[in-house]
Design a binder for this molecule. Sequence first.
Ligand SMILES: *[C@@H]1O[C@H](CO)[C@@H](O)[C@H](O)[C@H]1NC(C)=O
Ligand SMILES: *[C@@H]1O[C@H](CO)[C@@H](O)[C@H](O)[C@H]1NC(C)=O
Length: 223
Amino acid sequence: MDRSRLAAAALLVAAATALARRVGQGRRGRQRKTRVALVDNGSLKPEATKSLRRLAASLQRRGNWTVEAVSARFADKISKDKLDGKPGEVLAPWLKRVVDEEGNQAKVLLLPLLIGPSDTLTKAMPEAAAASDLEVCIAPSLVCLCPAIYKAEESGASDIAMMLHEKLGDLTPTSGVTHVLLCDHGSPAPRVAAAREAVRSELEGGECPALETPPAVNVLIAL
Ligand SMILES: *[C@@H]1O[C@H](CO)[C@@H](O)[C@H](O)[C@H]1NC(C)=O
Ligand SMILES: *[C@@H]1O[C@H](CO)[C@@H](O)[C@H](O)[C@H]1NC(C)=O
């Protein structure tokens, strides 16, 4: 497994641990089963679901949970033949399956594999949660700039910047690279743009040990 996947898993484990603690502080008494899902935006491409599954598996190895790969949408439209025979899962049917398997007393932790608070996190996930009878906790996005939740240095931006920096590999200033374009999916939500900007800023000025003189980092948005 490459190091950036490990870093992402570490970030998610931290979020899951905090959530599990919160859930644990909730209701006392009879132990209720907790189910954990790593949730991405969703894609019709089988490789996206397979990648989500690999990350969920690595998260599972690092924590003491079973972690399932669940997309906000689309994954259920992919032929299971292209997904090693295991159908892709999306949020609402997955929550129904949890009720069928555990009863509606089960607790659910949703870990968004999303950089910032996109509509998937602020709308699709809470709506799916509200439509089920389950107690559902939703972790913050990978980069969370809300000061009530995390201190600035713990927003996740520098962790993501480190992952990206590793991807830069041998592109050091000596190779003649002077500019790096940071490219995200693009979102109309200003708070998502702010999360990306926080990562860009870390990548440019922050902890990039291999870059003695960090190249200017520009932002390119793919819309
Ligand atoms: C997430 O899915 C929505 C709905 O299909 C889409 O509009 C949006 O661009 C997607 N965002 C990302 C980051 O993939
Ligand atoms: C992992 O979870 C199981 C079942 O909930 C528990 O018995 C065990 O002590 C946990 N292990 C660790 C290392 O937390």
